[in-house]
Design a protein around this ligand. Structure first.
Ligand code: 6PG
Length: 242
């Protein structure tokens, strides 16, 4: 299984390590393919990474294509928008602007917005068909992107992007699907903090129930190429740490 686990002492060191790894992965994609296609995650851990990455990057961002792994169904200036978070952190700090494929969280019909995104992603990826790096987080219920336990979105075998309710019923989401994300050349999971320790143990070392712990679709599949970057608090309950 190609799962590389890296444990940093704290969240600051985790952000530094994540930036270093992203620079290498995206730089290699530019060398090999002339561009890098990166899907972004929402959440608190990526926020810190994006801010630091924008300050330190040496990449040619005009060769970047940024996708979103998921989005809340809100306008792009809403405080819960993943696009807004990326815009205020990563995009605000880099001088060359990448190509950006934004999910239309503001669309009146989320299923149509997901369908539009599905089409746009297929057009973008073309015959090559791969995201180069997919950044993902892990929620305390084992979700990743907006792939929540038990939801129909998990059972999509063809679509690259779907709309889905969130379990708290708060707001609809749009998310890339399991097959789309599994096709990424590299999956890079970020998780920090003691509140992730239990779920990380269950996802990595517990019984295999990906319908209940969707992160297992990626973190328990030996055919995939996965980096899992943690801090000490998040890794506290793992027996295997490398
Ligand atoms: C989101 C993400 C979600 C997130 C995890 C972890 O926009 O909320 O798509 O999957 O990555 O919930 O989030 P934290 O890093 O905030 O714990």
């Amino acid at each position: 299984m190609t799962l590389y686990i890296s444990v940093s002492p704290d969240s600051e060191a985790l952000a530094e390590r994540s930036v270093d790894v992203l620079e290498v992965l995206c730089g290699k994609a530019i060398e090999q393919y002339g561009r890098f296609v990166l899907s972004l995650a929402g959440g608190s851990t990526p926020r810190a990474v994006y801010t630091m990455w924008a300050q330190r990057t040496r990449l040619d961002w005009s060769k970047a294509v940024l996708l979103f792994g998921d989005e809340r169904c809100v306008p792009p200036d809403h405080e819960q928008s993943n696009y807004r978070m990326a815009a205020e952190t990563l995009l605000a700090g880099i001088s060359q602007q990448p190509e950006i494929l934004r999910m239309e969280g503001e669309h009146a019909d989320p299923a149509q917005a997901a369908h539009n995104y599905d089409y746009a992603v297929r057009q973008l990826l073309g015959a090559e068909g791969h995201i180069h790096v997919a950044l993902l987080g892990v929620g305390s219920d084992g979700h990743t992107a907006s792939l929540f336990p038990g939801m129909a979105a998990l059972r999509q075998s063809d679509a690259y992007c779907v709309s889905t309710p969130s379990p708290d019923g708060a707001m609809e989401r749009i998310t890339l699907t399991v097959p789309c994300l599994r096709a990424a050349r590299k999956l890079m999971f970020l998780a920090a903090g003691g509140d992730k320790a239990d779920v990380l143990r269950r996802v990595l070392e517990g019984p295999l129930h990906p319908e209940q712990l969707p992160a297992q679709f990626f973190l328990r599949d030996e055919r995939l190429n996965v980096n899992l970057l943690l801090d000490e608090a998040g890794a506290a309950q793992l027996s295997r740490r490398e």
